[in-house]
Write a protein that binds this ligand. Structure first.
Ligand code: SER
Length: 541
């Protein structure tokens, strides 16, 4: 068997790996900087910092002067793209740490590649025979470095296209990248013929991403060469730990496992015995970590923006704790474990400890009250169901519980199922849709500086529109943004409702009270009826 021959790296803990990485790059002349706050600074394009390079954008573009041209960080990151699915598998969490070494117009491809290889093979001690670099399809320069200088045979270097090996996030610095994959062995593979680097299964995992950040995307897909060539590397710390510790997932690396064990101890449950329980254990473990870090950076639970993300994570953790059978309040207690496990890299956690406990505890109280109130109301609804001889709770009532009392549908469903009853989910969805439609109409008035979480938040802040309607009634201009009511899109089709932003516009936009212009935007592909024009934050009309 292949696995029996390969060398296993020496075991290292997450905190040790973090230190090893920062020290290695300090020895290569880098300034080790503290992780930046999770709250982006001067960057409206992000709700929360989601990668190592995000807080460093002004250094890449040359807008600001970095404290040194070589910097290394371990950045706390949160990605909440699909909260609903977090926990269902062990592949993703919301919180992770990203190791990075950065060059702002200093070294470029040669050093970046050599050092990534040196760190993985010599410092961490990964078996070179299990590592496979990938490069951007026509990046022959990177190929030569891997092949001639590092000595990787050509057939072990994979060329991938823009999908995989070109890193960009909306507008700003971007470029081709060279990743390093680690072969975890056959036992993690799908076993399908042709399974190799790039396969979707768990065998070959990407550990390192070297981005040769040499272009600037203006947000319209136009690339210009940056004056300076930069390096932006990223390596998920927990992912590296998965490889080094030979464990099966992010949830079983040493620090996360210790936290998960604590959740097991509080609930009296065991991990990897039963799927539903595992989902709840993972949700509590992941979410309490995100919540603890978010509060330490000054985010407070609220009904909008970051505060809403925090509230959702916190309440989801509280609910799944209940589901696991944990009695009484437990979030502050668990956050103590998070703090103890992570204070090595993030001393601010310990400094803010009492504030973190207080915020968690108060929000948990509020949530528990919501639940208790909801339970009482549900009991009344059940009583009238029973007396009417019904077994299904109406969609309208389930929605009332959810919307007015904040009582989650799955809890309603669960409680009723235990009693052999059910919920009219179609009715619930219809009531939900009706409510959303109403909210959408109401949202119009709050777009300018108002509602925090809207589709408009994902628009690149660099995009603006110029009002040219003082002396013209129509103008030819480029479309810079198209959205539906939910998301940014490439196209709108017949009958769809959405938003258009153009570089120049003759439509007068309201900033509040007044009436926005109505009219037509058209091109050779179709016609868009403008029902209203509004001003968005950041000079967009
Ligand atoms: N920006 C790249 C990433 O997030 C490398 O740091 O993967």
């Amino acid at each position: 068997m292949e696995e029996e021959k390969v060398k296993e790296p020496q075991y290292r803990g997450v905190n040790e790996l973090r230190r090893m990485f920062l020290e290695f790059f300090e020895s290569k002349g880098h300034l080790a900087m503290k992780s930046f706050s999770l709250v982006p600074h001067n960057d409206n394009s992000l709700l929360l910092i989601n990668s190592g390079m995000a807080p460093l954008k002004p250094y890449f573009t040359g807008q600001e002067i970095p404290p040194r041209r070589r910097v290394t960080t371990c950045q706390k990151c949160i990605r909440t793209g699909d909260i609903e699915n977090i926990g269902k598998t062990a592949r993703h969490g919301t919180f992770f740490e990203m190791l990075g070494n950065f060059s702002f117009g200093d070294y470029f491809k040669t050093e970046a590649i050599h050092w990534s290889w040196e760190f993985l093979t010599e410092v961490v001690g990964l078996d070179p025979d299990r590592l496979y670099p990938s490069i951007y399809v026509d990046d022959d320069e990177a190929f030569e470095i891997w092949n001639k200088e590092i000595g990787i045979p050509a057939d072990r270097i994979f060329r991938f296209g823009k999908e995989d090996n070109f890193w960009e996030h909306g507008s700003g610095p971007c470029g081709p990248c060279s990743e390093i994959y680690y072969d975890r062995g056959e036992k993690f593979g799908c076993g399908k013929p042709g399974c190799t680097v790039g396969c979707e299964c768990d065998r070959y995992i990407e550990v390192w991403n070297n981005v040769f950040s040499q272009f600037d995307n203006d947000g319209h897909g136009n690339y210009s060469e940056l004056k300076q060539k930069n390096i932006d590397t990223g390596m998920g710390l927990e992912r590296l730990a998965v490889v080094v510790q030979g464990v099966d997932s992010l949830f079983t690396v040493d620090t996360n496992k210790a936290l998960l064990d604590r959740v097991c101890a509080l609930s009296g449950k065991e991990y990897q015995k039963e799927h539903e329980t595992d989902v709840s254990l993972r949700i509590v473990t992941d979410h309490i970590k995100s919540c603890t870090f978010m509060i330490s950076d000054g985010i407070m639970p609220s009904n909008e923006g970051r505060g809403y993300v925090l509230r959702r994570l916190l309440r989801r953790a509280a609910r799944h704790g209940r589901k696991l059978g944990i009695e009484g309040k437990f979030l502050a207690d668990l956050s103590k474990t998070v703090i103890d496990l992570s204070k090595d890299g993030y001393p601010e956690l310990e400094e803010k400890q009492s504030m973190i406990f207080k915020v968690l505890s108060e929000e948990e109280d509020k949530f528990n009250k919501t639940i208790d109130q909801g339970l009482a109301i549900l009991a009344e609804m059940e009583a009238s169901m029973v007396s009417a001889g019904e077994k299904t709770l109406s969609g309208e009532n389930a929605f009332k519980l959810y919307d007015t009392y904040g009582f989650p549908l799955d809890l309603t469903r669960e409680i009723l199922e235990e009693k052999g009853c059910g919920v009219d989910e179609e009715g619930f969805n219809a009531a939900m849709k009706e409510q959303k439609d109403k909210a959408r109409k109401a949202r119009k008035a709050t777009n300018y500086m108002g509602a925090d979480v809207t589709v408009y938040q994902s628009i690149d802040p660099a995009i603006t529109s110029e009002f040219v309607g003082y002396d013209k009634l129509s103008v030819d201009s480029k479309i810079s943004v198209l959205t539906t009511e939910e998301e940014l899109v490439e196209a709108l089709t017949d009958g769809q409702t959405g938003t258009i932003i153009t570089d120049e516009t003759t439509f007068y936009g309201t900033m509040g009270g007044q009436q926005g212009d109505k009219g037509i935007i058209s091109n050779e592909n179709g016609e868009f009826k403008v029902k209203d024009t509004i001003h968005l934050q950041g000079g967009k009309i």
